[in-house]
Design a protein around this ligand. Sequence first.
Ligand code: 1PZ
Length: 215
Amino acid sequence: SAVIEEQKFSLQEVLDTFKLCLSENQDVYVEHYVAGWRGLVKFMNSLGNVFTFISKDAVSKIQILVNFLNGENGSHYVTIQSMVKYELDNQLVDLDKRGSHPESGSRTLLRLHRALRWLELFLERLRTSTEDSKTSVMCADAYNESLSQHHPWLIRKAAGMAFCVLPGRPTFFEVMNVGGAERVVDMLGDAVPMISKVYQITEDLYAQNNLLELP
Ligand code: 1PZ
């Protein structure tokens, strides 16, 4: 039932999903990438209603990618590498300005990719934080160092307001449902390098193909 599922929800499982992203030859599976984001959205929604404006955007991007995966060309969308190659080879990406392909898989995934950097920075801060550290400050610092550079003023303001109502570190750890602070630190020590690796591989792929500024 839904109740049991909620009780079982742990951020550990979510972050473990990102481990499944990497294939033996360092390709990134879209299916697991998207599943990881689904879990993060679920976690974010459990923090309160204020965060739904953030999760709505993530949900719509997840949906775009799932539609490609389940569509008639789904076999090209199995990995990020094959997706980028397929979309570029077939002129399915708006490269300079938005045109006939405003919702390509490549530009959609780039938005989540940029957010993954925020997540990496935030989780690393959380991992090395102390009892009196503020989640709102860690969150804002991580955001200002990464994702905010891609956001217009209005969104930066709204994000800043959302950070202010983040629950404090004790509640945050509780909602993560991993165990005591020591277990959280262990779990993050395991998860952050994994997320970092997925991020770096994607970053290199996008850089090699000149796709880091896709409109
Ligand atoms: C746990 C606390 C959550 C803090 C989340 C920090 C990120 C704040 C981001 C605020 C963005 C919200 C609104 C949407 C913005 C979109 O304009 C952009 C660009 O997309 P485009 O307009 O080009 O189609 N979307 C994004 O940058 C993707 C944002 C995804 C945010 C996911 C956060 C995941 C949090 C995980 C929680 C552990």
